[in-house]
Structure formats: structure tokens, C-alpha cells
Design a protein around this ligand. Structure first.
Ligand code: 4NP
Length: 154
């Protein structure tokens, strides 16, 4: 069975689509499934924000085919690892968890990079291109560590 990883932000148009694209680009699709969604219903069915598409493209990753979806409790069963982009997303996901096993699947993504620091991937929605580049860089580093961890445990 493939290992399934879910990236979650608020709108599923800026940060988690980038996280999905970056992690996917580093893993073998025969072994891993990476997807993303948002805690809100704001952008269901929409393509990623153009600024996320452009930053991903600049780094050789195509995320144009993604479509925004909303997180729901079925995702706890369907995924092995759930990464929240910020503390607010984390709390919103944890609120929906029905038991300790579901809660244990959820991690703040930057805790992979800075353990126990509970740092947010800043929401770049109201920023310019530099905000998206900064988000790309921090997600890229976190995804490298996720890959190392997944490959160690497989
Ligand atoms: P994301 O960014 O959570 O990284 O996709 C946002 C995109 C849109 C909104 C908020 C955050 N919004 O309020 O519409």
C-alpha cells in the first residue's frame, strides 16, 4: 500500500498546493501519494493562486492541475501523515479529530525543520512575490526532511 501524505492550509490555493507540488517532486509516485486541501471552503474547485503557480514553475514544478478541496474527517482515515501549514490550520484539524490516533497523524510542517518550535508558514496571500519565494524556500527545506524521515521508516 502506498503511503499517503496530506498538506493542509486555509484556502488550499497558496501554501498547501506548493507543499504538495514540492513533496511530490521529491518522492516516487509508485510508493507515495501526496495531496492537499484547505480547512476553509473559500476556494473549493479553484486552481492554485497564480503567484504559487509562478513560484513553483520557477523551481521546475508544475502545480497548474491542482484543484482546491476542503478538509473533512474522511481525510483522517485516508492519509497516514497530515501536515498543517500554521497553528490555526493545526487547531482547526485537531478540533475535528475523533481519537488520539487521528490527532497523532497531524504535525505542524515547520516542526520538521525546527522541532517543537510551533512556527507558522506565513500566509503569503496579501504579500508580493518575495512572500511566495520565502514560503517556497521553507517548504522545500521541510520537505527534504520529510523525505529523509519517510525513507528511513520504509
Ligand atoms: P492559503 O492562503 O491558506 O495558503 O491558501 C490563503 C488564500 C486565501 C485566503 C486565505 C489564505 N482567503 O481568505 O481567501
Amino acid at each position: 500500500m502506498k503511503t499517503k501524505i496530506l498538506m493542509v492550509c486555509l484556502g488550499n490555493i497558496c501554501r498547501s498546493p506548493l507543499a504538495e507540488g514540492i513533496l511530490k517532486s521529491k518522492l516516487d509516485s509508485n510508493t507515495y501519494i501526496v495531496e492537499s486541501c484547505g480547512t476553509s471552503n473559500y476556494h473549493i474547485g479553484k486552481r492554485p493562486d497564480k503567484r504559487s503557480i509562478d513560484i513553483a514553475k520557477k523551481h521546475g514544478i508544475d502545480i497548474t492541475d491542482q484543484k482546491a478541496a476542503q478538509f473533512n474527517t474522511h481525510h483522517f482515515e485516508a492519509y497516514d501523515f497530515i501536515y498543517a501549514m500554521d497553528n490555526s490550520n493545526y487547531q482547526d484539524i485537531i478540533k475535528l479529530a475523533r481519537n488520539a490516533k487521528e490527532k497523532d497523524k497531524v504535525t505542524l510542517i515547520l516542526n520538521e525543520l525546527h522541532p517543537n518550535s510551533n512556527l507558522d508558514v506565513p500566509d503569503p496571500y496579501y504579500d508580493g512575490e518575495q512572500g511566495f519565494e520565502d514560503v517556497y524556500q521553507m517548504l522545500n527545506k521541510a520537505c527534504d526532511l520529510i523525505v529523509t524521515k519517510l525513507e528511513k521508516s520504509s
